[in-house]
Design a protein around this ligand. Structure first.
Ligand code: SF4
Length: 350
């Protein structure tokens, strides 16, 4: 597919208004950095969905992490983004400032060394993420189980994509097509979206992250959307074949299935979605730090519109708190915390 042809088509498109949603934080970042929104027709709206794992973790989950961090002989280990997510009693950063034991790591595997060095302490890893990140937790579990390590546990808020996409389609989200998450698709494969595309008659374009890959992916999505009523027209196409296959990574999927089982999960600002979370299987519950029933999700500021942003119903700038009470340095809502959060990305590229 010729890049210039795709670009010209997107630029000159003058048909019905369409809204395409990316459900991947890295796509949110890449789209913002590429400036692609400024070079395509204003009849094509690119909106951000719930693709940032930090942003969709409910406040009850943060509260539990804070509680654990204040518990005797317990250390909470986490990625940096999670430190700033507000809970009902503040963030992990706030807790650390008040003496709670919190440590920031770059990989879940870093916890192994920490746990060896301090055998008298229990290390709880804040395990958030989608299909992309979950295989790393299974590697940690492989090591912990094989070596019978007793002082490493997980507090999980793991999520999977199809149920939330299904939910968005069934609940009037503002979306005519999905830019399927590139990294998630490496694990799941592009065939993962076929059932959803048929059920909701909605196209999926698996795209890479470079500007030219995004142009081709969005062009492909628009063409699928234009032809969606044509009998037998394919509604799932893989424009990222260098890393995404139809079947995905069988070994990673086997590992995920070995340790985790699906159940209902709460998405911050959205609510409960059946089978959208992954929890440790019964035989591995001894490695769980209390991940169940952490579904409270209070609105920290009643004016916060994170839910509407995550459903593509409003642009971040339409939230009354955006850029005023809610900024990257002082986030009120979770979408302003992570570098992949839609409000954060909007704030730094505005
Ligand atoms: Fe939520 Fe802040 Fe975004 Fe408003 S600007 S939707 S409060 S993250």
């Amino acid at each position: 597919m010729d890049l210039q042809t795709c670009l010209d088509y997107l630029k000159n498109y003058n048909g019905e208004e369409v809204s395409f949603m990316e459900v991947c934080g890295s796509h949110t970042e890449a789209i913002a950095k590429s400036g692609i929104k400024t070079i395509i027709s204003d009849k094509i709206h690119l909106v951000s969905g719930p693709g940032c794992p930090v942003c969709v973790s409910p406040s009850g989950y943060v509260d539990k992490l804070v509680e654990l961090a204040f518990s005797k002989d317990t250390v909470v280990a986490t990625f940096g983004d999670m430190m700033r997510v507000p809970g009902s009693k503040g963030s992990l950063n706030d807790a650390a400032g008040q003496g709670a034991d919190v440590t920031m790591v770059y990989s879940p595997m870093d916890v192994i060394k920490l746990a060896e060095e301090s055998p008298d302490k229990t290390f709880v890893f804040a395990a958030v993420g989608f299909e992309t990140t979950i295989p790393v937790y299974t590697l940690l579990l492989d090591h912990v189980v094989a070596n019978d390590i007793k002082n490493i546990k997980l507090l999980t808020a793991l999520k999977v994509m199809p149920p939330i996409i299904d939910w968005l389609c069934a609940n009037n989200a503002n979306v005519d097509g999905f830019i399927a998450p590139g990294h998630v698709s490496v694990i799941t494969g592009s065939d993962y979206y076929i059932g959803l595309s048929k059920k909701h008659k909605i196209p999926f374009s698996v795209s890479g992250f470079k500007p030219e890959e995004l142009v081709i992916g969005i062009y492909g999505l628009l063409k699928m959307w234009e032809n969606k009523d044509t009998p037998d027209y394919k509604l799932v196409r893989n424009f990222y074949p260098s890393v995404v296959t139809a079947e995905g990574n069988a070994e990673a999927k086997r590992q995920i299935n070995k340790y985790f089982t699906p159940a209902k999960a709460r998405w911050r600002g959205i609510g409960d979605v059946d089978d959208s979370g992954l929890y440790l299987r019964e035989e591995y519950l001894c490695y769980d730090a209390g991940s169940f029933n952490l579904d409270s999700d209070i609105k920290l500021n009643k004016a916060c519109r994170c839910g509407d942003v995550l459903m593509g119903k409003i642009d971040s700038t339409e939230c009354p708190l955006f850029g005023k009470l809610c900024t990257p340095t002082n986030p009120e809502g979770a979408c302003m915390v992570s570098t992949e959060g839609s409000c954060y990305v909007k704030a730094i590229t505005k």
